[in-house]
Design a protein around this ligand. Structure first.
Ligand code: PPS
Length: 304
């Protein structure tokens, strides 16, 4: 009798040097030939860097701050994940092909794997980057709850894989640097999660300016409130609770976990931190990119 292999917890598969889910690798031709449109907005991130947060912000902007309208569907349907193809469960390419314009498109692809139609269509891109240590911690918890990933092993084992770029979507270092360079040839706004935490209003204004949208102060306040961690955590259309438990098990670790900067301090040992810093300095020395590993408490905004 034929034994059907589970779609979950399978090894990652190399696509042009980048480890991806096996099912994305199998259907890579579909992803590669994805047709971008000039009025698409691409939201590009390394995993766990604030994708859902910026997606909710942009959807609110597109809907003039109408909260009910933004609750029309789950975030993964309002902003489809382009390259995510899981047989019988999701196909971001097909989902987006059927979607009317203007579309919001999510990708975790490193810039060198982006389908060429994006550059040709010259559509706008928002990239959000988050410091590597908090990403590693968030990713470790996500690996445990989101079953498309291989088993993460212990924290020490996962951290090792993260540093070597042997995790889904590859090296964090190459990802943030690659997209940083790309801002020279694309209409691209490069944001930092830490800046969004420190001053969400300032960063929202930058997004509005980039999208050439003007909204009233009342709408600004509504967007800030609706997209705060506390609101998004309890909103079923943004907290990923509408996804099947087979795919994501929130009882293992919730998708909306902590939403803070500096949580890495609760996970890295002194020795891990020293090794990480040494390796980090080497990998990032060629770049002008600068990350903040935490935000001083004094800089944190009042609650909205
Ligand atoms: S994914 O799966 O890659 O699309 O995940 P992503 O949305 O990029 O990242 C999830 C982390 O972002 C945190 N998050 C937020 N932080 C602050 N404010 C808001 N509104 C917000 N929404 C999501 C989420 O909690 C994950 O981080 P951790 O550190 O795990 O809590």
């Amino acid at each position: 009798m034929e034994v059907k292999e589970s779609i979950f917890r399978r090894q990652l598969v190399d696509v042009h040097g980048v480890p991806l889910f096996w099912s994305i690798a199998e259907e890579w031709a579909q992803v590669e030939t994805f047709q971008a449109r000039p009025d698409d907005l691409l939201i590009a991130t390394y995993p766990k860097s604030g994708t859902t947060w910026i997606s909710e912000i942009v959807d609110m902007i597109y809907n003039d701050g109408n909260v009910e309208q933004c609750k029309r569907d789950a975030i993964f349907n309002r902003v489809p994940f382009m390259e995510l193809i899981i047989p019988g469960m999701s196909n971001g390419v097909e989902q987006l092909d059927m979607m009317p314009s203007p579309r919001l498109v999510k990708t975790h692809l490193p810039v060198q794997l982006l389908p060429e139609s994006f550059e040709k269509s010259n559509c706008k891109t928002i990239y959000v980057a988050r410091n590597a240590k908090d990403v590693a911690v968030s990713y470790y918890h996500f690996y445990q709850m989101a079953k498309m990933h291989p088993e993460p092993g212990t924290w020490a084992e996962f951290l090792e894989k993260f540093v070597e770029g042997k995790v889904a979507f590859g090296s964090w270092y190459d990802h943030v640097k690659g997209w940083w360079e790309k801002r020279r040839n694309l209409p691209l706004l490069y944001l930092f999660y830490e800046d969004m935490k420190e001053d969400p209003r300032r960063e929202l204004q930058r997004v509005l300016q980039f999208l050439e949208k003007e909204v009233t102060e009342e709408i600004v306040q509504r967007i800030l409130h609706h997209t705060s961690f506390q609101e998004m955590q309890k909103n079923p259309t943004s907290n990923y609770k509408m996804i099947s438990t087979a795919e994501m098990d929130h009882s293992v670790s919730p998708f909306m976990r902590k939403g803070i900067s500096g949580d890495w301090k609760n996970h890295f040992t002194v020795a891990q931190n020293e090794r990480f810093d040494e390796d980090y300095a080497e990998k990032m020395k060629s770049s002008t990119l600068a990350f903040r590993m935490e935000i001083p408490e004094a800089n944190m905004p009042e609650k909205t």
